[in-house]
Every structure is written in C-alpha cells, then in structure tokens.
Design a protein around this ligand. Structure first.
Ligand code: G3I
Length: 339
C-alpha cells in the first residue's frame, strides 16, 4: 500500500493523506478523464505519472481546437495532436476530441473569413470533415459544437450563426457523422446545471435534433462549479433533466472553485472539505444515472497549478484533485474512497 501524503506546498495547501495506490478510474463503472496539456507531459514528471495512473480518458485542453489544428486556410498541423493520440493509445486511454466548432480559439484566417454563403459552407464542412477523418479510429468521440447557446437560451451570435444561420448546428453533426460514423458526437456547454433557462433551451434543441434524426449521441455538461453554487438540489435537478434526453451524458470539464469571489484566501481544510463534499455529491448523483448514459466524467486539469481559472479570472483558486505539488487533496481522497 502506498500512502501519499501531501506536504505543505509553497501555495499553502494543508496536509492530507490517503491511499492513492488504486487508480481512481478503477473505483467507477464509467471512464474518469482529465484535460491534458501535452506540454506538461514528460516521462519523469508527476504530471504524467498521475495522468496515466488515475485517468482512463483524456480530453485535450487546447490542442484540438481550431487555432491549433487548422492554423492557416487549408493547412492543418497534426504534430502535437498525433503525439497525444499515440500517448493515449500507449496508455489505454480513451481520447475525447474537443472541439470542432466554437466561437473562441479560432485561427485569425477563420475569424476573418470572407466569402459567399457557399464558400462559408465549404470552409465549415472541410474543417469538420478533414479533422474527423484524420482522427478516425483514434478519437472515440467529439465535442462537435461547443457553447452555442447564450445565457438567455437564444442561439449565441457567432461567425457560424451569422454566416450559416441557425442550421449550422445540425449541419455540424451531419458532417462529422459522415466523416467518422463510429465517433460519438456531443454537444457541450456550461452553466447547464445552474441556469435552467439555458438548460431548457439546450434540451429542447436536442429533442428537436433527435426527432429529426440528426446524429447527436451525447450532451456534455461542463460543470465549472464552486463550493458556493449551484446548490446540490440544482445539480441533481440538472442531471435528472438531462437524463430525460436518453443521451449519453459527459460531465466534461469538472472543477470546483473554492474562491469564486476572488478574495485573498488560503485553501483551509474547511474549504477543501467543502470542495470534496460538493464533488462527491456530484459524482454520486452521476453514478445513479443509467449505465448506458454514463459516458464518463472529466476533470478540467490535473492539479491546481494547471487550472485555467487562475489566469482567466486573475484569482487564486484551487479547483482540482491534486494540489500545486501534485499531492492528493481531500477531493481526490473522497472520490478514491467514497463513503
Ligand atoms: O498558447 C499561447 C502561448 O503561446 C502564449 O504564450 C500564452 C500567453 O498568454 O497564451 C497561450 O494561449 C493560451 C491557451 O489557453 C493555452 O495555454 C490562451 O492565452 C488562453 O486564453 C487559453 O485559455 C484556454 C481557454 O479555454 C480559452 O478560452 C484554457 O487553457 C482552457 O482551459 C479553456 O477551456 C475552455 C473549454 O475549451 C470550453 N469550456 C470552457 C473552458 C474554460 O474556459
């Protein structure tokens, strides 16, 4: 038995210890994933050791996004992505592609594209299909469209909606399916657990897609949550609503902020325990879903030192399973040893 003990880190993480010998994914009947930044991978790193020991599913945090894969018109850069795909194969990890169509992290040429409606349609289709074909057999599933709905439940205005109309969503799924009929295709969005208006709009749209025979097999609920919000009752209600679709459900970008207001804080045992309890409730509730709908859960980063939240929100936060020194936190311990 290996006992992993967290040392007080330079970022003030309190001491915690639990048996971290068993892979986290072995505790659950569904895949447990992590968003990976390949720049952090190296055979001697703790990052790589933990990423391969505890997670059997991988989502590329950034490198499968359009600005990385398709930096110039008609030119694709596969090098980093292929390397990550090989890494996942070597470590028996499922690779979930994120993301084909989004309004962020677009290459300049795509954001500034001009042309006729037919030219837009061809650019959109070629982008989706070239990427799906390239990774056929290596990527099990795709976030085909990411964050297409606004907070009020209307379609977000993006280059895609402006130039292709609202049917771009449906077309994206059809094009992706034609290019890789075996890949599971997901719609992915945030705040679905905390904003019932947005959730209802997304679920209604998904129902329309299902009735129209559009090849969409899954819904990604990102789950960027905090110890303050949403309430557990809201989390349970969101999963109940999502279950009604019959689709596969992916908790696709989990992190639990302990400092949503951006105050000067230290990660006290009390805050980290609240984080663990919130996460444990979420995972327990997910576990109660029908097995066929459990695509899996994915953490949006491995350790607190890798979280997007610090740079994005310019705040100190500690939202992940491992601390800045790659030591397990109470949240990891509770998921690894559920009560
Ligand atoms: O790669 C450049 C690097 O060359 C440059 O030196 C550096 C300087 O800032 O920036 C680097 O790019 C950053 C990139 O992450 C890679 O680290 C971008 O500035 C930064 O904006 C980008 O942030 C990513 C963000 O999406 C973009 O919106 C986060 O890492 C990533 O975690 C985040 O992920 C999104 C999901 O895709 C969709 N759901 C929300 C989630 C969190 O925002």
């Amino acid at each position: 038995m290996i006992l992993a003990a967290g040392l007080a880190s330079c970022r003030k993480a309190p001491l915690v210890s639990c048996d971290a010998a068993q892979p986290l994914f072995a505790v659950y009947p569904f895949p447990v994933g992590v968003a990976i930044n390949p720049a952090e991978l190296s055979p001697s790193s703790e990052y790589q050791r933990l990423a391969t020991q505890h997670f059997n599913s991988v989502t590329p945090e950034n490198i499968f996004k359009p600005s990385y894969l398709h930096p110039e018109a008609g030119q694709y850069d596969w090098a980093d992505a292929d390397q990550l795909a090989a890494f996942c194969r070597a470590h028996n990890q499922r690779l979930h592609g994120h993301t084909l169509i989004w309004h962020q992290q677009l290459p300049g040429w795509m954001a500034n594209f001009t042309g006729s409606p037919a030219a837009w349609e061809a650019m959109f289709r070629d982008h989706i299909q070239t990427i799906c074909r390239h990774f056929q057999g290596q990527v099990s599933s795709w976030d085909v469209v990411n964050e297409a709905f606004a907070a009020d439940g209307t379609l977000r205005s993006t280059i895609w909606s402006q130039h292709l109309g609202s049917s771009y969503l449906e077309k994206a799924f059809r094009y992706a399916h034609n290019a890789d009929p075996d890949a599971l295709l997901f719609y992915n969005d945030y705040d679905l657990e905390s904003n019932p208006v947005k959730r209802r709009a997304v679920l209604a749209w998904l129902q329309t897609m299902q009735l129209r025979g559009v090849p969409v097999q899954g819904l990604g609920l990102q789950m960027h949550i905090s110890i303050v919000s949403p309430e557990n009752t809201q989390l349970a209600e969101a999963l109940r609503d999502a279950q009604q679709t019959g689709l596969k459900l992916h908790l696709s970008e989990i992190d639990v902020a302990i400092n949503p207001l951006g105050q000067a804080i230290t990660p006290t045992p009390e805050l980290l325990q609240r984080q663990a309890d919130k996460l444990a409730f979420l995972v327990r509730t997910y576990r109660e879903l029908p097995r066929a709908q459990q695509f899996g859960i994915t953490f949006w980063g491995l350790s607190d030192g890798n979280t997007w939240q610090r740079s994005y929100y310019h705040r100190d936060d500690y939202p992940l399973l491992f601390d800045d020194n790659y030591q397990p936190k109470p949240a990891f311990c509770l998921l690894a040893h559920p009560r």
